[in-house]
Design a protein around this ligand. Structure first.
Ligand code: NAD
Length: 443
């Protein structure tokens, strides 16, 4: 049984036949019908089969602990009243307080947030930080807002969410279209109810108890995961040609660290499109230009390309670092990279994953590759609870050793079971979470 329909049949049309004699769906059609949460649970089931997990535990582990849905009304600076839907899904807390980002994006919905929350449960377990998983967001397009609107929207959301979050309950962090400033507003709003409590969120500005190295942590972690994988496959990073989709926090820091390590970043893109330079892009110059322009600008020596062209480039390493489902059954066959490192969460659909497996393309899964962010979030939380600041070298060293240990554990399991890194990472995580669940007992 690939996934459990009894839980969360949110997109009912995904399951309804459209009438007439029902033909067997093609693999591509079947994949289109999968919701993000069902796709994650397909990966879960594959690993659960590998470790022989009992059916009752499978249901217990897949079912979210709590789901909070709220109306977020906003009086915009232009005088209009607009109403948005806000979500926080708390997936599992057997290993510790729940942890995960907050996303402001028009595609945010309950099913996607469930998928992302469950990925956080497996991710925190893979890197062995003492957290469960959660995720949240508001269904809105921040590009339509004045910055004051974003502040008011955030404060309204916290007003509705504050009974459910806290340093020992659930700790949000930045994700797509949220940043340190948004976390600062959350600290301030939460303080109105509970007093000054910086440990309620991570990814804060340094002045409010943020950690050095948090902003760049996901990209730095992706560098470590990439270096480990490249070494394991007997190749070298120096001179390797890299394409990165997404040039926000994760994509731009990843491009920075990989080019610092000697890789040749030949293409990057954002939601508007991308640029290509076969001789290698000067990543730091482009990062500065993009910061000023608010998007990737054209530039001397850089050729404009589309996102689809970027994904199909003849490169050694492809890093999807934007949104989910970027690589699917239809575009997977055109991918020519030999290594895919998932900077984004669930950027590869199950159908694309199967294509890559069959062609021997190595995929480093999201729950391992992009876990550097939650790892340094954990360091930030520890510093907040201890009221003590770590030096940058300590943050980097601890991140490096955590990522290497996680990679090695996943890679050993993959070898032992002759399976891929994603299935091994899920198997490791499920083993850890189910053991914590068993030890705590049900009652
Ligand atoms: P961000 O908002 O900083 O950047 C997102 C980037 O993706 C932007 O450059 C945007 O233009 C681009 N983008 C959006 N839609 C696109 C499209 N359709 N095609 C191509 N590019 C598109 O977000 P972020 O924090 O960098 O997060 C990116 C991904 O990494 C998300 O999947 C997020 O969940 C995941 N992630 C983030 C962190 C973190 O610490 N921020 C940690 C782990 C995973």
């Amino acid at each position: 049984m690939p996934f459990d329909r009894r839980i969360h049949p949110t997109r009912s049309t995904d399951w309804q036949h459209t009438g007439g004699a029902a033909a067997e769906p093609t693999a591509i059609e079947a994949e289109r019908r999968l919701t993000p949460f069902q796709a994650v649970n397909l990966q879960f089931e594959r690993a659960a089969d590998l470790i022989g997990l009992a059916e009752d535990l499978r249901i217990a582990l897949k079912t979210p602990f709590r789901e909070v849905m709220v109306e977020v009304p906003l009086r915009c600076v232009d005088g209009r009243i607009r109403t948005f839907s806000g979500y926080r899904v708390q997936h599992d807390n057997s290993r510790g307080p729940m942890k995960g980002g907050l996303r402001y994006h028009p595609e945010v919905d309950l099913d996607e947030v469930r998928a992302l929350a469950s990925l956080m449960t497996w991710k925190t377990a893979v890197v062995g930080v003492p957290y469960g998983g959660a995720k949240g967001g508001i269904n809105c397009d921040p590009r339509e807002f004045d910055p004051q609107d974003i502040e008011q929207l955030t404060r309204r959301f916290v007003g509705r969410l504050e009974p459910f979050i806290g340093p020992h309950e659930d700790i949000p962090a930045p994700d797509v279209n949220t940043n340190a400033q948004v976390m600062a507003w959350i600290v301030d709003e939460y303080a109105k109810y509970h007093g000054f409590t910086p440990a309620v969120v991570t990814g804060k500005p340094l002045e409010l108890g943020g950690s050095v190295g948090r902003e760049s942590a996901t990209g730095r972690g992706i560098l470590f995961a990439t270096q480990r994988t490249v070494a394991a496959t007997g190749t070298i990073l120096e001179g390797a040609r890299v394409a990165v989709q997404g040039f926000g926090n994760v994509g731009s820091w990843t491009a920075h660290f990989l080019s610092q390590a000697g890789a040749k970043v030949v293409a990057v893109s954002d939601m508007h499109g991308g640029v290509f330079d076969g001789d290698g892009i000067d990543v730091d110059t482009l990062r500065r230009e993009a910061k000023v322009a608010g998007r990737i600008p054209d530039g001397t020596g850089r050729e404009a390309i589309t996102n689809e062209e970027l994904l199909a480039l003849d490169v050694d390493i492809l890093i999807p670092a934007a949104l989910g489902n970027a690589l699917h059954s239809r575009n997977a066959p055109s991918v020519r990279a030999r290594l895919i490192v998932e900077g984004a969460n669930h950027p590869v659909t199950p159908g694309a994953d199967e294509d890559f497996r069959s062609r021997g393309i190595v995929v480093v899964p999201d729950i391992l590759a992009n876990a550097g962010g939650v790892t340094v979030s954990y360091f930030e939380w520890v510093q907040n609870l201890q009221r003590f600041r770590w030096k940058p070298e300590r943050v980097d060293e601890e991140l490096h050793s955590t990522m290497d240990a996680a990679y090695d554990a996943v890679s050993e399991l993959a070898k032992a079971h002759a399976t891929d890194l994603r299935t091994a990472a899920f198997a490791l995580a499920i083993t850890r979470v189910s053991e914590a669940t068993r030890l705590r007992g049900v009652g």
